[in-house]
Design a protein around this ligand. Structure first.
Ligand code: ASP
Length: 475
């Protein structure tokens, strides 16, 4: 049995969290390869080290432009900044980007985050010389992605020392093309070469190297992708993704109080829910493991006893409720087009969609009636080109009426259990009717995994609660 385990930012945010990680990793010998994020938030108000690194990069670039001498990384008394790290750690001021913040302030804040982990665990790594090197690399032209990647790099070294595992730099395993996309074939090859014969290792997440040897990163949250790539490359049995929640929730906890955890979810259901805004895992983390048939288990570092959510290709496990999850997004608008005999006019929909395409807008849904066609579009996307789009549609298909409606939301009710259940749509309607919520649109994909409902923005939260109560609370 081989497990790849990835720990997110909040799981590696402090020495206390590192201890929890060690307990988890050492409890199971099959947890051989550990991927870590940079230290994340320890509390709501805290700042992620990755954000500090982006700020450091911007600040050093500014100082370099203003030149000539960027601020020395020592104070007037010649005291090395390492001596200040504890003070900086206590100061909330340096955590927030503010006027007058210098690169040295930011470096101190970053140093303090690592120093707390080093001191708390009695590690030997000297953080300040490593930070000095990062600073001088940036001043000499290293890019923003290099700067951002250093959070994972340093944390990986600390975690390796603490666990007594080998440290393998992601730069030696994860490969990018020049355009910033992942080079899967090379990544799988190099990862296998580097890791397969090691008994245990820590690999920093989030970054790799491109063909010309520059450090590149995935988009934010990309350590999930690193874990998935390593799991796929080594044909692991399971990819455990440890975070600060006990799995995917049936609904957004900011809307529904204490929602149930989803215990099993298929990749396809997950894709539908993630697209609609339910985020625990980076979207690109699914593809590599899915291709290899490796399940992902989302688990909680703070509650390792919880089962979490198992993401699988397919399962006979009956979902606990008919629906697996509800997610949604606000701020859509609709363009309603009416024309008598529209359905017999060949090419009508194509002509309308060409106008949308020419304006570089993506359409979310296109429900239609006999003489009507509605386009659901992200409001923000339409705002700039609104008049061009309306004129284009007018000229392309000469409709009888075009109407615009703003401030709409889309809600997806997703579940593999819906396929074999009767009356799901009916129950959704009656839940909403009970709450006096007007349904603006309904769309059921041919997969029958998914019902999409359009409501007004002001009804969004109530609609989600009503559907949750109908399918989950009342069971
Ligand atoms: N540290 C990076 C971020 O904050 C990547 C990650 O945590 O996965 O986005």
């Amino acid at each position: 049995m081989l497990k790849i385990v990835k720990f997110g930012g909040s799981s590696c945010a402090s020495s206390r969290q590192f201890q929890k990680v060690k307990d988890i990793v050492l409890k199971d010998k099959s947890r051989r390869f550990v991927v870590v994020s940079a230290p994340g938030k320890r509390s709501k108000k805290d700042t992620k080290v990755t954000d500090l690194l982006y700020r450091l990069y911007r600040s050093l670039c500014l100082e370099r432009e203003r030149g000539p001498a960027s601020e020395p990384f020592r104070d007037e008394d010649g005291v090395s900044s390492a001596d200040h790290t504890k003070d900086a750690f206590l100061s909330e001021d340096v955590q927030g980007e503010g006027a007058g913040e210098t690169s040295s302030d930011i470096l101190l804040a970053i140093g303090a985050r690592y120093q707390e982990i080093i001191d708390g665990l009695g590690l030997s790594l000297k953080i300040m010389p490593l930070l000095e090197k990062i600073r001088s690399d940036i001043l000499e032209g290293a890019g923003e992605e290099y700067a951002a990647s250093r959070g994972e790099y340093l944390n990986g070294m600390l975690m390796a020392e603490y666990l007594g595992f080998a440290f393998v730099d992601a730069a030696e395993c994860v490969c990018f093309h020049e355009d910033g996309s992942c080079d899967f074939a090379q990544t799988f090859k190099k990862t296998e070469e580097k890791l397969a014969d090691l008994p245990f290792a820590v690999v920093p997440g989030f970054y790799g190297l491109d063909e010309s040897g520059r450090v590149r990163t995935f988009s934010r949250g990309g350590s999930d992708v690193t874990g998935s790539l390593i799991a796929a490359a080594l044909h692991a049995d399971l990819y455990e993704n440890w975070t600060d929640v006990s799995g995917f929730l049936v609904a957004d906890p900011r809307i529904v109080k204490d929602p149930e955890v989803i215990d099993y979810i298929t990749y396809q259901e997950l894709r539908e829910l993630s697209y609609m805004g339910a985020g625990v895992l980076h979207e690109d983390a699914i593809f590599p493991v899915r291709k290899e048939g490796i399940p992902i288990q989302i688990r909680n570092t703070n509650h390792p006893e919880d089962h979490g959510t198992m993401i699988v290709a397919n399962t006979l496990k009956k979902p606990r409720f008919i629906i697996t999850g509800i997610a949604g997004k606000k701020d859509f608008c609709s363009i309603n087009i009416e024309k008598a005999m529209m359905n017999s006019e060949i090419g009508f929909i194509r002509k309308v969609l060409s106008v949308i395409e020419e304006n570089h807008i993506s359409v979310e849904h296109t429900p239609s009636g006999i003489d009507t066609l509605t386009l659901f579009i992200h409001q923000q996307e339409l705002e700039d080109s609104e008049q061009r789009v309306l004129k284009g549609i007018q000229r392309a298909v000469h409709p009888d009426i075009i109407e615009l409606e703003a401030d709409l939301s889309l809600i997806a009710v997703v579940g593999r259990g819906m396929k074999s259940a009767r009356g799901v749509a009916g129950r959704v309607f009656s839940a909403l009717a009970h709450e006096y919520i007007n349904i603006k649109m309904i769309d059921q994909g041919s997969s029958e995994y998914n019902i999409i409902i359009g409501v007004r923005n002001e009804d969004f939260e109530n609609a989600i609660r009503a559907i949750y109560n109908m399918f989950v609370l009342s069971v």
